[in-house]
Design a protein around this ligand. Structure first.
Ligand code: UN1
Length: 515
């Protein structure tokens, strides 16, 4: 193992010599298939991880259920205190965990650390929430009656997360789920097991030191079969899935067919719309970050750029210049702005999309190639690309599909109405952003005839949402909401309790039924 990797793993107490156990349900175990974690920057094998056998998965689910029956009786503010300790433990290892994210996922250092910060932020939020998960007292139409809407813990929450945010998305779910009194079981992406082992280690220590069963935050590494078994399990009340539309459709149907609950965070195909009055000194760098940040591998990454005719060539000239300055390198080096794609599968997605762009005679303004020479050739490095397809028809494949790579397609519009129509014409509905100084445009953009995405920004890029608002998308993005806002309400079961304090037993709606 390189010193680069072993320093990071050792700082997080991850063995650099042995095969790692990839299952935690109060105890660390794992005797199933072995998965390798491969560094996207160098191609080196970082670790070998023993995943869950079907039997171990089954056991872990049973442990999680037991843990839930204990944990649901812990008062919510006390659960909040445990979350506060998890927050502190994460903060103490923020830079080390951030470095691990960069090492294993490939995003640059500031984004790796930012992702851990996002977990810390949602813990803070959930600490507060633990004293604020209020129900309602509803006025009854009957004398001497009262109606209470009571939130109770839900049960077992499974989190099936993706490679691109191997820490934060679990954090959003864990924090709300714990505050709500549930037990959580995590099946991370098969290609980022080290991030999940490191996080689970930190969380488990806090739980155990508080006398709480470790299976309150269980972990099962595994592949498709493990994900399918979890989706099918009647012992899982809520499945929170982040990933592709293709897999999300299967997970959603499977969970629905047993009347379970699901939260789906699927594809994004996010557009930035730039009006002629926009402040380009803000818009250009923001679109640059939206499209190139995380090497285009956020579900919120900017994939479509709609430019008003009056500023289109000026905007593209500035943007092209910025693209020209970007030098791909090791994401762990502080000054790097562009790391590798996560995997060889992602490389293929990129090359296929470039080939498709060429086949439809799109103009490739900059980029379009992978780096094959040493040292970058050992990793999955590609050039961020700006393309101008001949047609802006939003139903064409190039516009209507999400390509998880740093490829930005641009088109020119003449009216805001036209841009909104294009923005809304794709199946996905995660994020969108308008650049303007004119309040009238803002009104149209936010209103009933405006952008139909879950995140509707103004003078802020499509990516990089804070945790305070509910995060998620509409349409084929799956309608799920996580993180802030009202998202916590999905992690509890609601009971409507009508209580009669009177000496009579009247029926509602004035129904008369003398006995
Ligand atoms: C994702 O890409 O799955 O808004 C989540 C953002 C981040 C979260 C992205 N806070 O870009």
């Amino acid at each position: 193992l390189s010193t680069r990797a072993s320093t990071i793993l050792s700082a997080l107490d991850i063995s650099t010599t042995e095969e790692l156990l990839g299952v935690y349900d109060g105890q660390w175990k794992g005797s199933g298939d072995i998965f390798t974690s491969v560094c996207p920057t160098t191609g080196e094998t970082l670790a070998r991880v023993k995943t869950a056998t079907p039997q171990e998965l089954h056991e872990a689910l049973a442990r999680t259920r037991e843990a839930y029956t204990v944990f649901r009786n812990v008062p919510a503010p006390r659960r909040g205190e445990i979350l506060r300790q998890i927050r502190e433990a994460l903060a103490a290892k923020r830079d080390e965990l951030g470095a691990l994210v960069s090492l294993e996922m490939g995003k640059i250092r500031t984004e790796g650390v930012g992702e851990v910060q996002e977990f810390i932020d949602i813990c803070d939020y959930a600490v507060g929430l633990s004293r604020m998960m209020n129900g309602n007292v509803v006025a009854s139409e009957r004398p001497g009656h009262s109606i209470l809407e009571v939130p109770n813990p839900l049960g077992v929450v499974a989190v099936l997360s993706a490679f691109n945010f191997p820490v934060a998305v679990y954090g959003w779910n864990l924090a709300l789920s714990l505050a709500a009194g549930n037990a959580t079981i995590w099946k991370p992406s098969p290609s980022t097991p080290l991030c999940s082992i490191a996080v689970t280690n930190i969380v488990a220590r806090v739980l155990e030191s508080n006398g709480v069963p470790g299976a309150v935050a269980g972990l099962v590494t595994g592949g498709k079969e493990a994900g399918a078994a979890i989706a099918e399990s009647r012992g899982v009340e809520l499945v929170s899935f982040t990933g592709s539309e293709h897999v999300g459709r299967i997970v959603g149907k499977t969970v629905m067919s047993r009347f379970g609950k699901s939260i789906l965070e699927l594809g994004g195909n996010n557009a930035s719309v730039v009006m002629p009055d926009a402040d380009l000194s803000l818009a250009v760098p923001s679109v640059f970050f939206g499209a190139v940040g995380t090497a285009g591998q956020r579900c919120t990454s900017t994939r479509r750029l709609y430019l008003h005719r009056d500023i289109a060539s000026e905007f593209l000239e500035h943007l092209r210049k910025l693209y020209g300055t970007i030098k791909p390198a090791d994401p762990l080096v502080e000054s790097t702005l562009l790391g590798p794609l996560h995997s060889s599968a992602a490389l293929k997605t990129y090359s296929d999309a470039i080939e498709h762009l060429r086949s439809i005679d799109a103009e490739i303004l900059i980029g379009g190639n992978r780096y094959s020479d040493a040292p970058l050739g050992a990793g999955n490095f590609v050039q961020p690309t700006i393309a101008i397809p001949k047609s802006a028809d939003p139903t064409a494949r190039i516009w209507s599909t999400e390509t998880f790579a740093p490829i930005l397609n641009a088109a020119i519009f003449d009216s805001l109405e036209q841009a909104i129509e294009w923005n809304n014409a794709v199946p996905q509905g995660l994020s969108s952003s308008l650049w303007t100084r004119d309040i009238r445009n803002v009104g149209k953009w936010m209103g009933p005839g405006g952008s139909d995405t879950g995140i509707v920004n103004v003078n802020v890029g499509t990516s990089g949402a804070e945790i305070g608002a509910a995060f998620g998308g509409n349409k084929s993005t799956g309608w799920g909401r996580e993180s802030g806002g009202d998202a916590w309400k999905q992690y509890v079961r609601w009971s409507a309790c009508t209580i009669n304090f009177s000496d009579n037993a009247p029926l509602a709606q004035g129904v008369n039924f003398p006995a």
